[in-house]
Design a protein around this ligand. Structure first.
Ligand SMILES: Cc1cc2nc3c(=O)[nH]c(=O)nc-3n(C[C@H](O)[C@H](O)[C@H](O)COP(=O)(O)O)c2cc1C
Length: 308
């Protein structure tokens, strides 16, 4: 490439980078809340805890954010697509429509965000037609659900495979399970007589094999669970059985007959099903590295495909 790039082509190439979606919010000196949709959010540093977001100089709220002492970053879930659209507009009544509450620094925080970060102004960097706002994280938290994604100028969500999973489960010899994680530990069912371990599933011992049954498995207990996205799919060529594992999150105490096992402490030799054991070993390895991929294949040989 020589000279100035064609802005259209450059924008198209940049849009191949898939991101999440956030709302950046603050308050004016007179208390008026201001906010806009941004996908330029990036984590920068853990020590000190810094994040950044890029604001177009043309944005109506650019001046307010450039001078704000505090602001919040709110990571949207797939249920919050409307909120993204609202805050990407120039409407002045955004905070009358979207539910929010004041955070610790009195900065607006969007209700039910997947994660939120309350920040103090740390730096403002001049960057062409944008300014880079660097914030120091003062407070943060996280909710549950699946993220709202943005790719090639359009939203995407990760849950579209759910009806497909149910359709497969209705028609074949299928097992659906979930690797539920809580603070670096995985939930496993413990066989009372032998001490054997297994990932929670429906379809093998339960009559109904569908997502609702999986989601309701611990309804009668104090454990709250949330399914996130498909993590592994494989077919046992000998039996024709299809196994689908979701990745999920859990919070609360382990119900009777189950236990939480730290990643480093999973007694893999007590997991009898070799395909389940392999899947979980891979899960733990990837969780340590911080990257996840979807596994597809049979019980012996599989292909790993990136999520998304
Ligand atoms: C998915 C998405 C991501 C966006 N990311 C950014 C961004 O990172 N920075 C930015 O300045 N504008 C971004 N925008 C555009 C602003 O949200 C939009 O210009 C908005 O009107 C700004 O609000 P304001 O004019 O009230 O300040 C994005 C819009 C969408 C839909």
């Amino acid at each position: 490439m020589t000279g100035t790039p064609d802005p259209k082509l450059l924008r198209a190439a940049l849009s191949q980078f898939a991101t999440g979606v956030t709302i950046i919010a603050t308050k004016e000196d007179d208390g008026t809340p201001r906010g806009f949709t941004a996908n330029s959010f990036t984590s920068v540093s853990l020590d000190p805890p810094l994040i950044l977001v890029c604001i177009a100089r043309s944005a109506a709220s650019c001046e307010v954010f450039s001078g704000a002492r505090h602001f919040s970053v709110n990571v949207l879930s797939e249920e919050q697509k409307d909120i993204s659209g609202l805050f990407a507009s120039r409407r002045t009544d955004k905070f009358d429509i979207a539910p929010w509450h004041p955070g610790r620094t009195d900065t607006p925080v969007i209700d039910d965000a997947l994660a939120w970060f309350e920040c103090a102004h740390h730096d403002l960097v001049d960057a062409g037609d944008h300014v880079i706002l660097v914030g120091r994280v003062l407070d943060f938290g996280q909710g549950k659900g699946r993220p709202l994604g943005y790719f090639r100028g359009a939203y995407f969500t990760l849950g579209l495979e759910d009806p497909l999973v149910d359709a497969v489960a209705r028609n074949t010899n299928t097992i659906i399970g979930a690797v539920y994680e809580q603070s670096g530990r995985v939930l496993l069912e413990v066989e009372p007589d032998t001490g054997d371990l297994k990932v929670p599933t429906v379809g093998d011992t339960t009559a109904s094999c569908n997502l609702t049954a999986l989601k309701q498995k611990y309804d009668e207990t104090q454990l709250s669970t949330a399914i996130e996205f498909v993590y592994a799919v494989f077919e046992d060529n000998r039996t024709g059985r299809v196994t689908i594992y979701y990745r999920g999150q859990a919070s609360g105490p382990a119900p009777a007959g189950t236990g939480f096992f730290a990643f480093d402490d999973i007694p893999f030799d007590r997991i009898r099903d070799s395909a389940m054991r392999d899947m979980l070993e891979r899960y733990v390895g990837e969780a340590r590295q911080g990257g996840f991929a979807v596994y597809m294949g049979d019980e012996i040989e599989g292909v790993v495909r990136p999520v998304g």
